[in-house]
Design a protein around this ligand. Structure first.
Ligand code: B12
Ligand code: SF4
Length: 494
């Protein structure tokens, strides 16, 4: 049995570039090996847990290794994202021609089941935690179905993820983990509502199970890939309290409103949260309104930054360009704000209407979808007709935003926005390390020494002279009405 995460076209054939001459002339940022050597295929390792442990199973991630396609496995399980869809279909066709039974599942299969069905013996719609074991039972009984749709949604009683199948040394962050699925919000551009249609769209593990999974992970560093780690406040609070004292440093993602709400973020900081992906998306309220991102409306982004900063939590800000109100000013306005605010790293996206989303349906009705070449749905290309920008202006503005945000002078300026020299230094090294040393990362990946870089990552994520712990715990105590004093701090369990 073989489980495969195919790579997107660009990664599978680096020698071949799909950039047009115009793009090449503009020196568009291209394939970044380090981005694809971050996380292992967690979804497939999750599914592998349902297989008989005595079976011969192999798990392959084409982003980090060359696939051997000369074998003839009985069963091939392939995960399909939008940008790897064509590659996934080619691999599926190849194995079916060799007599293997091929399963396709994942986000893109869920969005476009009929497209995927042409390349598979069986397809899976939605999360696989219940449909995959059902399929295995049907297969054993000799009656596998052509199509399975997930409707039962729970993470209770999951078998432990088969992390033994993951080649840890190939990843900078092998300890990726998800303790919930989905999100309580409904942004019109997000994959979430389509993927979780037909059942619950936000649910968590039991806290004890999540803590047990964390305890199984070696090392200190964790990356929570949950869409919204603070989405269920009670669950998150119990999780963070359980994590206190585990000595972890971790990264995750959360929304603007959840950062400002009560003291959950302090709990997270004192459990070890050191960097957070925050969906700011746009500085325009009409843009937020139009995309259904109401949880950001009327919230002070400056206060979000100030709060995270005071806890020593670095910020990876996410921003989308090409919303209907966006004109040429959106690029300098956004970058200027991000640099001035001291955002540590920025992820810019060109608005991308994924099939299945409300955004896609709306654009299709208005005949604004310009291409259905899924390779281009990578948030770097314009695939629809923007309203106040030409596609070229949008792509150039996006490239300019990256170039401008990660210029040395901008990194220095953003780092300088923090109060303490240590925080400034940490910002500077993290941001520069991520974007300014591409050839060095490539070399480390080529010589298979990525795991040697993990202690460095942990060091950068270490608290700034214990400040975040102290600040977070002091605030928690103040909120709970406990007087803070030097004596109580030395005897406290925190
Ligand atoms: C980590 C991550 C990455 C990582 C690596 C992915 C990896 N190694 O798995 C990196 C940084 C490389 C990455 C890159 C990109 N990503 Co990404 N990424 C994610 C993220 C945050 C987590 C994925 C994850 O591990 N989820 C947890 C596991 C448990 O769930 P899962 O993988 O979906 O697997 C479950 C089901 O899908 C299903 N399943 C999957 N395959 C199969 C197969 C079978 C047979 C069955 C039965 C079931 C099944 O069962 C699994 C268990 O429930 C998701 C957001 C999210 N919450 O999922 C975005 C996400 C998947 N990424 C997205 C995008 C757009 C991209 C990029 C194109 C864009 C960009 N600008 O970076 C690139 C290209 C990706 C590619 N290879 O083609 C979109 C996908 C949209 C879509 N409709 O496909 C998402 C949803 C983000 C978003 N909110 O828009 N990504
Ligand atoms: S808050 Fe994030 S994960 Fe949730 S629906 Fe909006 S974009 Fe998707």
């Amino acid at each position: 049995m073989k489980l495969i995460l195919p790579a997107l076209t660009e990664a599978a054939s680096p020698a071949f570039t799909r950039l047009s001459n115009d793009e090449l002339a503009r020196g568009r940022p291209s394939w970044r090996p380090i981005k694809y050597s971050l996380f292992p295929p967690l979804g497939l390792a999750t599914l592998a847990a349902y297989l008989d442990p005595d079976l011969e199973i192999s798990l392959h991630d084409e982003h980090v290794e060359k696939l051997d396609l000369d074998d003839r496995p009985d069963l091939v399980v392939i995960q399909v994202y939008i940008t790897n869809a064509y590659r996934a279909y080619r691999i599926a066709d190849h194995y079916r021609a060799r007599g293997s039974y091929v399963l396709l599942g994942g986000l893109h299969v869920t969005s476009l089941p009929d497209e995927a069905a042409a390349h598979a013996d069986t397809i899976f719609i939605g999360p696989g935690e219940h449909t995959f074991p059902q399929f295995l039972r049907d297969l054993a009984a000799g009656s596998p179905q052509r199509r399975y749709e997930s409707s039962v949604r729970t993470l209770e009683g999951l078998p432990p993820i088969r992390r033994d199948l993951i080649q840890r040394h190939r990843y900078l962050v092998p300890n990726s983990i998800v303790v919930s699925r989905g999100c309580p919000h409904h942004c019109s551009f997000c994959y979430k509502d389509a993927f979780f249609a037909g059942g619950r769209s936000f649910y968590t593990q039991r806290v004890d199970d999540a803590l047990a999974e964390i305890a199984r992970l070696p090392g200190r560093h964790l990356y929570f890939l949950d869409d919204h780690l603070l989405g269920n406040a009670r669950f998150a609070r119990d999780l963070f309290r359980g994590m206190k004292g585990m000595g972890r440093v971790f990264q995750g993602a959360a929304t603007v409103d959840s950062i400002l709400r009560d003291d959950l973020i302090e709990e997270a900081a004192s459990a070890g949260l050191r960097s957070l992906f925050v969906g700011f998306e746009t500085l325009s309220s009409s843009g937020l309104e139009a995309t259904g991102k109401r949880q950001n409306l009327g919230r002070s982004y400056a206060e979000v930054v100030r709060r995270l900063d005071s806890l020593g939590i670095m910020i990876n800000g996410s921003f989308v360009f090409g919303l209907d109100g966006d004109d040429r000013d959106v690029f300098p306005r956004t970058v200027e704000w991000a640099v001035r605010s001291g955002i540590t790293t920025a992820t810019f996206h060109i608005l991308t209407p994924y099939p299945g989303t409300a955004l896609f349906t709306d654009m299709a009705v208005r005949d604004r979808i310009e291409t259905r070449n899924w390779d281009l749905y990578d948030t770097r290309h314009v695939v629809y007709r923007p309203s106040h920008l030409t596609p070229r202006e949008l792509e150039c503005g996006y490239d300019w935003a990256y170039e401008s945000f990660y210029r040395w002078s901008s990194i220095a300026k953003a780092a300088w926005a923090h109060e303490s020299p240590k925080h400034r230094a940490k910002h500077f090294f993290y941001s520069a390390g991520w974007k300014k040393f591409e050839p060095a990362w490539d070399l480390v990946i080529r010589i298979k020494q990525l795991s040697q870089m993990r202690p460095l990552l942990e060091a950068v994520l270490a608290p700034v002279a214990g400040k975040p712990y102290a600040t977070a715990d002091r605030r928690l105590r103040q909120r709970r009405g406990i007087r803070w004093s030097a004596r109580s701090s030395s005897s406290a369990s925190c």
